[in-house]
Write a protein that binds this ligand. Structure first.
Ligand SMILES: NC(=O)c1ccc[n+]([C@@H]2O[C@H](COP(=O)([O-])OP(=O)(O)OC[C@H]3O[C@@H](n4cnc5c(N)ncnc54)[C@H](O)[C@@H]3O)[C@@H](O)[C@H]2O)c1
Length: 324
């Protein structure tokens, strides 16, 4: 088996590369380092089963990708609002042109292609929890449109390549995922709250903190990707992958502070436009078709993530609770 992981230097992509290598699969990693970092994959240097090419998927990949491929994982796209709003046209292009280039590669290689889609295709959902048959409530003319609509059109591209060319597609809709290797400055809830709590700085809560999120630990998510890749050919998805345990933003801040033993206070800022009120996956389809469920409890995953951030920013682990 030989896999291409586009977005290999990102959080999910790099953990996926680790898992595939552990499973004995040869991996070709590809990334343009837009948000990804070399440190995330440097431990794989010297592994004869891992090669890497620096490349932007908005350009055709056939010139840089040599040798046959069995499966392509398209993880390449900035994922945090701060990153995907930095250059909205690049985000759109990555999702349309980039996904299309990888679909062409899949077609040439007769490879399976798995698309990392997102819960953001549901926009600010009007049903709860979100089930795959829900068409969503996204704003194509808003601040998050470049990502939401980009990901939606990428799903449509997958579908049309399957219809016209018989490309074997798999679409997963990923809900908030966290874990080691997250960027300190990406502005996402887990990374921001953890870093602020470790530094003893105020915790920035947007809105009144009553909005909910569900958080999946990265190892669980990667396990879902691998199960989806190996699922029966007729199962294309889209399938939700996420942890249905739901927390308000205020509860999340409290739990993180409790684990760290931090006395940080909360400060409240206005809610960004189009921020979803509720997020929780219905994972019935993943359970029945993939036999997949997240296993890592929130506190356990947080502890592993906190340890990672603590090492990076050089804080003492004094006070960090390990009794979960
Ligand atoms: N982490 C989450 O909570 C989450 C939730 C839903 C969906 N996703 C999706 O999963 C994928 C991975 O997310 P992540 O959290 O690891 O994000 P990330 O930003 O850590 O990783 C994305 C990687 O893709 C690379 N990349 C971006 N544009 C590229 C391009 N045009 N060409 C080549 N490489 C490019 C980046 O440099 C980075 O290494 C993304 O597609 C994201 O939309 C993630």
């Amino acid at each position: 088996m030989r896999a291409l992981v586009a977005g290999a230097a990102g959080v999910l992509g790099s953990h996926l590369c680790d898992r595939l290598r552990r499973d004995g699969i040869e991996v070709l990693g590809l990334d343009n380092f837009y948000t990804g970092r070399r440190q995330n994959i440097e431990h794989l240097e010297g592994d004869p089963g891992f090669t890497f090419v620096e490349h932007d998927i908005t350009r055709p990949a056939d010139a840089v990708v040599t040798g046959p491929l069995d499966i392509i994982f398209n993880m390449a796209c900035p994922a945090s609002p701060r990153a995907y709003q930095r250059d909205p046209l690049f985000t759109l292009e990555t999702n349309y042109v980039g996904t299309r280039n990888l679909l062409e590669l899949a077609r040439e290689n007769e490879a399976i292609i798995l698309q990392a889609s997102t819960s953001e295709v549901y926009g600010d959902p009007t049903i709860h929890p979100q089930v795959e048959s829900y068409w969503g409530n996204a704003n194509c003319f808003g601040a998050r449109g470049c990502y939401e609509e980009g990901k939606r059109v990428a799903e449509t591209l997958m579908l049309e390549y399957a219809r016209r060319y018989g490309v074997r597609i798999k679409v997963v809709r990923i809900f908030n995922t966290y874990g080691p290797r997250m960027d300190l400055e990406d502005g996402r809830i887990i990374s921001s709250f953890t870093v602020q709590a470790l530094r003893g700085e105020p915790i920035t809560v947007f809105g009144d903190g009553s909005q909910t999120r569900s958080f999946c630990y990265v190892d669980d998510l990667v396990d879902g990707l691998v199960k989806m890749a190996a699922s029966e050919p007729s199962f294309t998805g889209p399938v939700n992958l996420g942890n249905p345990a739901e927390f308000t933003v205020l509860e999340t801040a409290r739990i993180i502070k409790e684990i760290i033993g931090s006395g940080s206070v909360n400060v409240f800022k206005p809610l960004p436009p189009d921020d979803p009120r509720k997020r929780k996956p219905d994972i019935g389809l993943a359970e029945s078709r993939l036999g997949w469920q997240p296993r890592v409890p929130f506190e356990e995953g947080l502890l592993r993530t906190i340890e990672y951030f603590r090492d990076i920013i050089g804080c003492s682990s004094q006070g960090v609770r390990r009794d979960f």
